[in-house]
Design a protein around this ligand. Structure first.
Ligand SMILES: [Ca+2]
Length: 88
């Protein structure tokens, strides 16, 4: 069931990934210590929530979480955040 939800979310958020990243603002840039545009497993270790869910966040299993993957994770409620302003 979780995988089905995830697949749905991937579709939903693929188009929203960039704007969601900007609106949510939950520190993708902060986690991306070397600012290469992706969070490595090593960088993710700084965030227990990310680290704990790493295998589900890294959807293409390339060992890196990019902005789209990160946003999709946030969108599926990995962290409790206030609804983005654009949610209306
Ligand atoms: Ca990845």
């Amino acid at each position: 069931m979780k995988k089905r939800t995830l697949a749905t979310m991937i579709g939903m958020f693929s188009g929203l990934a960039l704007s969601t990243a900007l609106v949510a603002g939950t520190d993708f840039a902060t986690l991306d210590v070397n600012q290469d545009g992706s969070i490595s497993a090593e960088e993710a270790a700084a965030d227990p929530e990310i680290s704990k869910n790493w295998s589900s966040i890294d959807k293409d299993e390339n060992g890196m979480v990019d902005a789209a993957e990160f946003s999709a994770f946030e969108g599926m409620g990995g962290e409790t955040t206030e609804a983005p302003a654009e949610a209306k």
